[in-house]
Design a protein around this ligand. Sequence first.
Ligand code: GLN
Length: 484
Amino acid sequence: MHTATLTELSIALKNKKISSRELTEHFLARIKQYDPALNSFITVTAEQALQQADHADERYSKGTAGPLTGIPIAHKDIFCTDGIKTSCASQMLDNFIAPYDASLVTAFKQAGTVLLGKTNMDEFAMGSSNETSFYGSVKNPWDLARVPGGSSGGSSAAVAARLTPAATGTDTGGSIRQPAALCNLTGLKPTYGRVSRYGLIAFASSLDQAGPMTQTAEDAALLMNVMAGFDKKDSTSMDEPVPDYTQSLNDSLEGLKIGLPKEYFSADLDPKIAACIKKAIKHYESLGASIHAVSLPNCHLVIPLYYIIASAECSSNLARYDGIRYGYRCNNPKDLRDLYERTRAEGFGDEVKRRILMGTYVLSAGYYDAYYIKAQKIRALMIQDFAQAFKQVDILIGPTTPSTAFKLGEKTKDPVSMYLSDIYTIAVNLAGLPAVSIPAGFNDGLPVGMQLISPAFTEAKLLNVAHRYQQITDWHKELPENFK
Ligand code: GLN
């Protein structure tokens, strides 16, 4: 039952082949059995999940169920959940019980999904390997000595090991797509403003976006039908029409123009990954698409650009953790200054402190123009690069990551090498665009992800292009040996 997709589970529930309680009990048992090896959950909400499952079963008998009613899911521990610990994987929020639901959480409750629990992540979503979590690193189900990617690594490991049929994640510079790629999942980062950020604990507000992490593009469409839409509680949410994302999945790709950004196939890319992507492109040609070379000339600047902008925004957003209102507070402070200093020194981990320091530096009076303003100008150029490319083609395709899952501990001593693992994902966040990573093969037994990028608010097209590929390939059906 755990190998079924959301679409299959939805049909089984509707036809009363299975009850939500049975399904929920099955996944809770899998979490109990397998999660000690993976560490993908911070909190498991078993009791509440069973109540929600019974409620969902009632909706089925009353005929008021929707497509996702009764389906278990997990939320990244960055989304506020009323009455449930919401830690952001930080000691700073280890004792924080959220007093309200994020809008996304409310939407899933209304759809009738069952919350299995909250997934592990990098502290405040800062990281690419899930090794910065206060609760310890998450292991990749494909090889327990390797990282699942980050920062939504708990969500990716949990879905890959089928401890939950689907999960939510957030993506500020690649945190949905990169872990999806390293764990053989479909991970969609929607257009900035497509999914409400209300109740999503802020890292870098101009980049953060929530999205689905699923087995297939079809499943991502089902979750997007719940998540997407305008929310007056989020001033950056966009009031754009929301299509039914499942409707266009089977559209023909005849005449589709695919662009290959030459910067995405440079020497930094593992040649075996390049070979997988090239093979996938051949499949698209067989479906009627044409292939074109394009260029994103400012893309080589993404890493410094992102680390200036994201750090600047995080230093401002994380100023709220002062030990006064909520969260961690140091013991026996001698005065107010000592309270602030020790609370923050003890409550935040090293990577978060590194970002706060960097962000405070680039925003300081003497350096604001030289770093922050300059970065914003280059960001504008990067947005133009994509606009230019989308005048020539409908969609861009490239790798999601420069390598497959790396070993735990391999990059923790060298932050810059860690930062480089997002080299192909970050530009999309800076430009506010939607992008999806889908399984495209294996290299030495480890999953390879392919990234598809499209113009703002064209997630339906993106999922259509992803789905058509998944109809003629089986990569997404592969399961890690020890979690079948
Ligand atoms: N790895 C990137 C970082 O550490 C992106 C993280 C994210 O998307 N949340 O900032």
